[in-house]
Design a binder for this molecule. Structure first.
Ligand SMILES: *[C@@H]1O[C@H](CO)[C@@H](O)[C@H](O)[C@H]1NC(C)=O
Ligand SMILES: *[C@@H]1O[C@H](CO)[C@@H](O)[C@H](O)[C@H]1NC(C)=O
Length: 388
């Protein structure tokens, strides 16, 4: 081998190797999720003013921070009762978190607030939390839909605003999870917050805003059957839900199947008009996503759909991360178990700066325990490419 060949050949081989690697990286580097770090953000029964933390939400902010929210249930673990909305904030991609701040306090309410949806609007860069009060109509009426907003990356929050003045009086519980701002047409820029009703009007409903949260109006409804009547086992009763947007501009809502209609699995429904309608023709059942009747997490990142729930037909155990490379038609067999034990509600987000570092991670928040799922709220940073 002459000198030239000796110099060129390794360079060439290196370039080829680099090309195939980087080619893979930009197109379809294999998803191989690794739990990169995990920490408990809230522990029930320890802090003075709160009995139980439940219903965790997680969001990115336009400035690249992470915000975690939970209900701080004051007297017991029950869905009714007085509560705080608790927030912690991380400005270093989940490594460290601010102390807990209570941003809403419902006092001594018999049936106080319930979380909720967090939605980021990127026009003004604000963060909006929509929640209900008196949703279960327990020793109170009427139910109200409320919102608070932060214009400074989650450091300070507005006074609560009563959205029922615009939406009409009804029992509507947003989420729990995040709401979306539409990235694609139709209705690019619209805020879409979906949730469910109670007996007075159960089903999945979305509320919409076309001016970044100033004015809200009622959008799509997927009503239960029989509507407005007491339910029996196996009736159609779509409940807590998480919307996400596909690159074709359609909205997919992944829904809790409250009475186990048709399967012990998730209900999936599509909206093709930006959340104005949810036609019954667009309802599907995802048999692969078995579910013990719970609120689940769903997220789209770089065209891949991620899903978290306690993967078990009967019990809230086995919090599992699934992913789909074909927009939810099929789920990859290789799932990642996040926690084998008691686990329930979950929510996901990612940081969307587009930097190579942010590209690699998704973040999960979920209810986690050893004996029961409401012992703690845990935060997990997941490296999507096996730590590479
Ligand atoms: C919110 O507004 C509705 C409609 O005006 C009203 O019935 C309800 O009492 C209000 N809720 C609160 C908490 O002020
Ligand atoms: C946990 O989920 C995995 C799928 O990720 C499944 O194979 C396993 O059977 C589940 N275990 C339990 C106890 O539900």
């Amino acid at each position: 081998m002459d000198t030239m060949a000796r110099l060129v050949l390794p360079t060439l081989l290196f370039s080829l190797a680099w090309l195939s690697c980087s080619g893979g990286r930009s197109s379809k580097l294999e998803i191989d999720p690794l739990v990169y770090e995990e920490q408990l953000l809230w522990v029930s029964g320890v802090q003075g003013e709160v009995n139980t933390y439940r219903i965790p939400l997680l969001t990115f902010t336009p400035k690249g921070s992470l915000l975690a929210f939970a209900e701080g249930r004051k007297k017991s673990a029950s869905d009714v009762g007085a509560k705080f909305i608790a927030v912690r904030r991380s400005t270093d991609k989940g490594s460290t978190w601010s102390p807990t701040v209570f941003i809403v306090d419902d006092g001594l309410a018999a049936n106080g607030l319930n979380l909720g949806s967090v939605v980021v609007e990127e026009e003004l860069g604000s963060i909006i939390v929509v929640y209900s009060i008196c949703f279960l109509l327990y020793q109170c009426k009427p139910a109200s839909i409320m919102m608070v907003q932060s214009y400074d990356d989650g450091l300070s929050w507005s006074q609560p605003r009563n959205l029922s003045r615009q939406l009409g009086v009804k029992a509507f519980a947003p989420g729990p999870g995040y709401g979306i701002q539409k990235k694609y047409e139709p209705a690019k820029g619209r805020l879409v917050v979906c949730g469910h009703g109670t007996l007075e009007g159960d089903g999945v409903f979305c509320i919409l805003s076309d001016d970044y949260g100033k004015n809200w109006y009622n959008g799509a409804a997927l009503k239960s059957i029989p509507y407005n009547q007491p339910k029996k086992p196996q009736d159609f009763n779509p409940d807590e839900c998480q919307p996400y947007e596909l690159p074709d501009g359609s909205i997919v809502i992944n829904v809790r199947n409250q009475n186990r209609y048709h399967c012990k699995c998730r209900v999936i429904v599509h909206s093709h008009d930006g959340g104005l309608t949810l036609p019954i023709d667009n309802v599907r059942f995802d048999y692969e996503l078995i579910d013990p009747v719970v609120a689940a997490g769903a997220l789209v990142k770089d065209g891949i759909i991620y899903f978290t729930n306690p993967h078990n037909e009967a019990n809230r155990v086995n919090l599992t991360l699934r992913w789909s490379l074909d927009h939810g038609k099929n789920w990859e067999k290789k799932a990642v178990q996040i926690w084998p034990g008691p686990s329930a509600y979950s929510c996901m987000t990612y940081l969307n700066s587009g930097s190579p570092e942010d590209q690699k991670y998704i973040y999960i928040i979920y209810e986690k325990g050893h004996k029961v799922y409401d012992e703690t709220v845990s935060f997990v940073k997941v490296h999507l490419y096996g730590g590479r």
